[in-house]
Each structure stands twice: as C-alpha cells, then as structure tokens.
Design a protein around this ligand. Structure first.
Ligand code: HMG
Ligand code: MG
Length: 298
C-alpha cells in the first residue's frame, strides 16, 4: 500500500530560479516564497550560497532569507557547497543546509569543480558545523539515474555516496534525477538500493521532468515507500551544469496526483496555482504545469 501522507519540498525558489537568464529582483523572490509559505509547505528551498560567478541568480540569497515572512515550523533550506556557503547560510538563519554531491564523477567536476571524494571531504566540516549549530542537514545526490557527461550510473555508485552522506550525519538524502532520464523500474531499483544504506523514510525523490517521466517515477517511488518528494512551482527550472535539462516536476501536478490518490500533503493546491501564475507572469511565460494551467483556466 502507498504512504498515506507525503512531504513535498518546494524547490522552485532555488532549483527553479537558479538557471533564469534574466535577473529576478529579490522582491519577486521574497513574494514567491511568502506565497508558498501561505500555501502550507513545511519545507521550502529558498536560497543557495554558492559562488555568484557560477550561479549569478542566487546572489540575492542573503537578502531573500532576511526578508521572507517565516512561519513557525516551516524549514527554509539553503544550498551550502563549502564552509564559505555554510557561514553565509548560518548568518541568514537557514533552518536546513544542503550539501550537494553527485553519483557521477564527470558531473561532480562540472558542477562543483572537484571529484566526488574531494567533495565529501569539503562537506565534512559543513556537516560538523551544521550539527554544532543545531541545523538540519540534507544531502543531495545528482545523476543517480544517469549523467549528461558519462551516461549510465551504477547502483553501487549511488549507494557509495548515500552511505558517505549517512556517515556525515545527514537527516535526509535526495535521490536526484538531474536530467530526467530515469524510468519507473530503474527508479525503484535505485531507491531500494539506497534504502539498504539509509532509512527509507528519510530518502526523497528529486525528479526533473526532461523526458516526461517524473510523475510516473513519483508513483513508482510511492510503491516502494518513498514519502518525500521535491517539486518546483510552475515547473520552473533547469540546471546550469546539465545542458538541456528542464525544471523539476511541477508542484501543482504532484499535488493533483496526491489529491487523487487520497494522500495528504497539508498543502493548498489552489494557493500553489496562484503562486505559479504569479511567478510565470513575472517571467513572461506560461507555467510548465498541466494541472496548474488547467485549474487557472477553469
Ligand atoms: P571553486 O572555484 O573550485 O572554489 O568553486 P574556490 O574555493 O576555489 O573559490 C573560487 C571563488 O569562489 C572565490 O572567489 C571564492 O571566494 C568564491 P574569488 O577569490 O575568485 O573572488 N566562493 C564562494 N562565493 C560565495 N559562496 C560560496 C563560495 N565558495 C567559493 N559558497 C564552488 C567551487 C562549489 C564554490 C563552485 O563550483 C560553485 O559555486 N558551484 C555552484 C554549483 C551550483 O550551484 N550548481 C547548481 C546547484 S546543484 C543542483 O542544482 C542539483 C540539485 O538540484 C539536484 C539535482 O537535480 O541533481 C541539488
Ligand atoms: Mg535539481
């Protein structure tokens, strides 16, 4: 039987916006996060403390974190690739910091400019500092279902990074399909292999929808007991270091699916549709959400 409740982590303000070419004013990002808070999410990825030379759009992260209207009990997460990022996230009062690695050597080099082994060494002090300061720690693993540079990625490569992130003390680990190439049976195999190294209840599915497989992959993940999923309002996004990759699965579509399955999320779908229309209007294009556009038109 499927889980009866799932946690949806809204990643639109970070994963969704990080790749936008046009500079989005901090005020728009703040308004978006506030609308998402109002919609009832318990976890919003709101910022990324990375090099502004690598990802210019995230340079407003300090400002965004300072001005959002926080709601008690909501975790506002931030990406932190190294200690410099961690110090900024701590000052910005992030509730959760995210160390992000890869199951593929080639992607690790392109994305964070170091090998997998070097990245894990870089994460060690970040993880220790997170614990010391009482922050929640999440580990995100890219390319668990395929890599834009090396193609196939072995189950053992995923399992190795999962186990290293467990040793670092991660509270939650994301199994990410960076370029959206996974299909349901492979997703189940990866989730089950990861669950040999880390508690299933603390594993999440982070699916980009490049090949239109993300909803099927979420359903397949539910079947093996996964109960945390990442999604991006209006399907915003794309990864700067994964050419041609599209956004995460749209949050509206995931919520519509969960509603139909009778799985609770605590999130108001109509409020998310409004947030999706708001940001899409600002960006000057239609939301990439089938359910969102249908509901907005109705
Ligand atoms: P590097 O060049 O190897 O680092 O970059 P460095 O330590 O040699 O520093 C170089 C310069 O960057 C220095 O500045 C540092 O101060 C600065 P300079 O002296 O040249 O003026 N710097 C920083 N500035 C601000 N914040 C920091 C920071 N660190 C160094 N934290 C680094 C290494 C990791 C920093 C770089 O490669 C980087 O920022 N990469 C960003 C990659 C990224 O953000 N990718 C997108 C997010 S991951 C993702 O989207 C995948 C995910 O969604 C899951 C999935 O779908 O797969 C999570
Ligand atoms: Mg991503």
């Amino acid at each position: 039987s499927l889980p009866t409740h799932v946690k949806i982590v809204e990643v639109g303000p970070r994963d969704g916006l990080q790749n936008e070419q046009q500079t989005i004013p901090a005020a728009i990002k703040i308004a978006l996060v506030d609308m998402l808070t109002g919609a009832g999410f318990s976890n919003i990825e709101a910022a990324s403390f990375v090099s502004p030379k690598w990802v210019p759009q995230m340079a407003t992260s300090t400002e965004v974190m300072a001005q959002i209207a926080r709601r008690d009990g909501v975790l506002y997460s931030a990406l932190t690739p190294n200690m410099q990022g961690f110090e900024a996230a701590l000052l910005a009062r992030a509730d959760e910091v995210v160390i992000f690695g890869s199951a593929s050597e080639a992607f690790s080099q392109k994305n964070i400019n170091c090998s997998i082994a070097e990245s894990l060494e870089r994460f060690r002090p970040v993880a220790a500092a997170a614990k010391l300061n009482g922050l929640r720690l999440r580990g995100s693993i890219s390319c668990t279902l395929g890599c834009p540079y090396q193609g196939e990625v072995a189950l053992d490569s995923v399992a190795d990074v999962v186990s290293r992130m467990r040793e670092l003390g991660c509270d939650e680990i994301d199994i990410a399909d960076t370029i959206g190439v996974g299909t349901p049976h492979r997703v189940q195999a990866v989730m089950q292999r990861a669950a040999q190294e880390f508690p299933l209840a603390q594993l999440s599915g982070h699916f980009h929808d490049t090949y239109g497989q993300a909803l099927a992959n979420i359903y397949a993940s539910l079947e093996v007991g996964i109960a945390i999923f990442h999604a991006s309002v209006a399907g915003l996004g794309g990864c700067p270091y994964a050419k041609g990759a599209t956004g995460n699965i749209a949050t509206e579509d995931v919520l519509y699916l969960m509603q139909g399955l009778g799985i609770t999320t605590g999130i108001d779908l109509h409020a998310v549709v409004d947030a999706g229309q708001f940001i899409s209007q600002h960006l000057g294009r239609k939301a990439v959400s089938r359910a969102g556009n249908a509901i907005a038109a109705a």
